[in-house]
Design a protein around this ligand. Sequence first.
Ligand code: GDP
Length: 461
Amino acid sequence: MKARSTEDTIAAIATAQGEAGIGIVRLSGPEAVPIAASVFVSSRGCDITGPGRGRCVYHGEVRDHAGVIDEVLLHVMRAPHTYTREDVVEINCHGGPGPLGAVLEALLERGARLAGPGEFTQRAFLNGRIDLVQAEAVIDRIRARTRAALRAADAAGTGRLSAAIYAMRDSLADALARIEAAVDFPEDDLPELVDQALRRRLEGVREQMSELLDTARAGRLYREGAGVAIVGRPNVGKSSLFNALLRDARAIVTPQPGTTRDLIEEVITISGVPVRLSDTAGLRATDDEIEQMGVEIARGALRNADAVLLLVDAAAPVSEDDELLAREVSALDVPRLLVLNKIDLAPDARPPAWAGAFGACHPVSAKTAQGLKELEAALGRLLLGDVAAGPDQGLITRLHQRDSLRRAAAALDRLLANFTASPEFLSIDLRDALDALGEITGETTPEDILDRIFSSFCIGK
Ligand code: GDP
């Protein structure tokens, strides 16, 4: 992919498609103000190109050669205190495809270039206002579906995650300076440069890397959500539990019609994680063709799930089907909980003999809601593990961040394993670790990867 120019002035519709009260067309670049001025007529006769006060709002009309397009509010924001650090103009017009498209077209006719996906944020990054972690947090804020996801995006967006990485980088850079001094002056008496104190500092950095790597699962779950499948043989109360959890743990997305009548999904919040809960067809051995299809779909949901709730009926004798299913779930090696439903009918019911393979057994009643809160809390712990880091601390949320951090940690492991080797070797490992950390913050990220990251953003962002 060809690198994008940052010399020209870009324009795009910044708001979502469809009809809305207002919509925004955004311009950024050296010609943003003159281009906007060439299509704008202020209702008070103001000249928006006048010597720059920082930020101004003007009322007026946007026109093209055919006449008035729309009544607008126009914001002029002068560099460098803007989203991109360039001159930025935002035109608030009526939010429909007609006015937005016509305003954008008028700007393009006057010399603006249509922005590519994520190009405004990419400029903010290239102009040094934000680093790559903060740039990626922009899209996380937009896509956040829970408050916890929003808080995690905020921790990254405001630089808390980056600060942790810069602190590691500074320690490694300091170590590199010492080690290179030892390389440059081998005959000098410099043994104390590469000493036990330095080793302990590097071990401390390695420890911080482990702690940050431990946040990757929670970070991914807050951002992407988790799939949780409810499975059990027919009639144990799967649909009833599904509905009870929807009522209790607020559903956060409008009902998505199931892909088939055999798999119904809804999204709820569990411990801040958007959970796609799926109610599957009853799983049991069957010769019936239609039921067989449902069973296959349920098995698919089971295999793709981040966690499984296996339901058994407290009021009915545990059957062979229950046990077969328990074995099938255990064999998948997916985090799982055993749920003993209909406890209202059989308050003294005991977990089945094979329950041990599932850890604790959770008694609930989908009918009376008894035990639901405890089940939700247990599911939250099952998904997030014992991560000490809450969403307000910087969490690693992306695969490429995790991979870079792992490479940095591996380089540091090599260095610590060979700490008494010659300084040349140590400096190679340290440089590898520094490069890997720099890929997270964007300092050493190859251009094509940067372009790919920004291209995954929406247009106008
Ligand atoms: P599924 O086939 O596993 O989805 O089971 P359903 O949710 O359709 O429930 C089967 C039957 O058990 C229905 O008559 C429900 O009303 C009943 N049921 C489900 N959960 C409970 C419960 O916790 N207590 C009682 N008493 N009945 C329940």
